[in-house]
Design a binder for this molecule. Structure first.
Ligand code: HGY
Ligand code: MN
Ligand code: MN
Length: 416
């Protein structure tokens, strides 16, 4: 005798079609996506997602950070909702699946519940968090950080992109500043399904990542000030070379991360030279160091070492040094009960699985501060992400969404 919901499966073809349709919006130049937060492409993606949700009978709420909450009612009006979500915004050269898979798999869970005419006690809320990537407006996970009460809404609204446009202005411009107070919503539980964005699951030939923890992160933005001068006629001993200081800091960050192995990473993805002219030594160099570890002690030690050595490098070269932490969260332990539920769902469905620590940051890392939260992961080809060539199979996408379906429904409670 099977228990209710024993054989729940989502419609993998429908999920895949939705992923491909969303990928049409904000196309990249190499097969991926450039649907950066609060751009017209993001607006288009939101509208498409909203239309799909309304076709599935969901009602929409939007908070003052633009986060979209799409609700399927439960039978118990007093029961807190089960949230399931991720993000639709992408990197400038992002893939089709990072974030999008989790939002559209959440919608697929609702579509499948509708097909099967299943009612749940707790409502289910499919969520699209604003600005998870932090590519246009640092830090990453901005809206979920405000929702969790870690970042202020004023700070978030003040964040500027490289053209000097602010988050608040751009949110108004695309017409997605909602009325709801951010963080007023209370969650019974939060689930996020996401591609691994790393090589482990594929290498271990596992279909499901049971995510037990998320590594912690610092984003340290350095502003180094040298002296603009001619690259040809300025003698070497007269140079105040901010570019050289940056190069030595980058090399030092690599060394510090390698000294803290295993379980530590460090690098730089973004830098700006000014005036950025071929034959002018830079006046200023701005770049962000991204360091991460699942171990808080290692993360703290790396930050301290990098700050001390960067100051010494700049002093040695006569370069002026300033540093601002523009992103941070401690390592996260996801809710053991929900983690066990994900593991049991994978087991019951016959999917191979392994416990894993998330290398990337996710909105679940902030949601975990205000509710029991956990994640599910699927493999991605060569572990590649934040690259337009990011790729997954329909089978991988479907398996993880099936596990999400079981975990969400078991948490929301089926009503006979
Ligand atoms: O930076 C991160 O880990 C995420 O992709 N925003
Ligand atoms: Mn993501
Ligand atoms: Mn990402």
């Amino acid at each position: 005798m099977t228990s209710p919901g024993e054989n729940l499966r989502i419609n993998g073809d429908r999920l895949w079609e939705s992923l491909m349709a969303m990928a049409e919006i904000g196309p990249g130049i190499a097969g991926g996506n450039n649907r950066q937060t609060l751009t017209d492409a993001d607006k288009q993606g939101r509208e498409l997602f909203q239309s799909w949700c309304e076709q599935a009978g969901l009602s929409m709420g939007v908070d003052q950070m633009g986060t979209m909450f799409m609700t399927r009612p439960g039978t118990d009006p007093d029961a807190l909702p089960v949230y399931v979500g991720s993000h639709l915004d992408t990197q400038p050269t992002g893939g089709k699946y990072d974030g999008v898979l989790g939002v559209l798999a959440g919608l697929e869970v609702v579509r499948s519940l509708n097909d099967l005419n299943i009612r749940t006690r707790h409502p289910i809320v499919v969520t699209n968090w604003t600005n998870e990537e932090g590519a246009r407006f640092a830090p990453a996970m901005l809206a979920s950080g405000v929702f969790a009460g870690v970042l202020s809404q004023d700070y978030a609204y003040s964040r500027q992109d490289r053209e000097g446009k602010s988050f608040g202005e751009e949110l108004e411009r695309i017409g997605w500043r909602g009325e709801e107070q951010v963080g007023a919503r209370k969650m019974h539980a939060y689930f996020e399904y996401h591609i691994e964005q790393g090589p482990i699951l594929e290498a271990e030939n596992k279909q499901i990542g049971v995510v037990t923890h998320g590594q912690g992160l610092w984003w340290l933005e350095f502003t180094l000030t040298g002296k603009e001068a001619h690259t040809g006629s300025t003698p070497m001993k007269m140079r105040v070379n901010a570019g050289l200081a940056m190069a030595r800091i980058l090399d030092m960050v690599q060394a510090v991360a390698m000294e803290h192995q295993p379980g530590a990473v460090g690098g730089v993805g973004q830098m700006q030279f000014s005036p950025n002219s071929r034959n002018v030594l830079p006046g200023t160099v701005v770049f962000t160091v991204d360091i991460r570890s699942p171990e808080l002690a290692k993360l703290t030690a790396m930050r301290e070492r990098i700050e001390a050595q960067a100051q010494a490098i700049c002093a040695d070269l006569g370069v002026d040094y300033a540093m601002e932490a523009v992103g941070h969260f401690d390592p996260v332990t996801f809710d053991p009960k929900l983690v066990a539920r994900v593991r049991e769902a994978a087991e019951k469905l016959g999917y191979s699985h392994m416990d894993i620590v998330s290398g990337a940051g996710h909105d679940a890392c902030w949601a975990a501060k205000v509710a029991p939260a956990t994640m599910i992961m699927c493999p991605c080809v060569d572990g590649l992400s934040h690259n337009e060539a990011e790729d997954i199979s329909k089978e991988w996408a479907t398996a993880g969404a099936d596990v999400l379906f079981h975990a969400v429904v078991e948490t929301a409670g089926i009503v006979e």
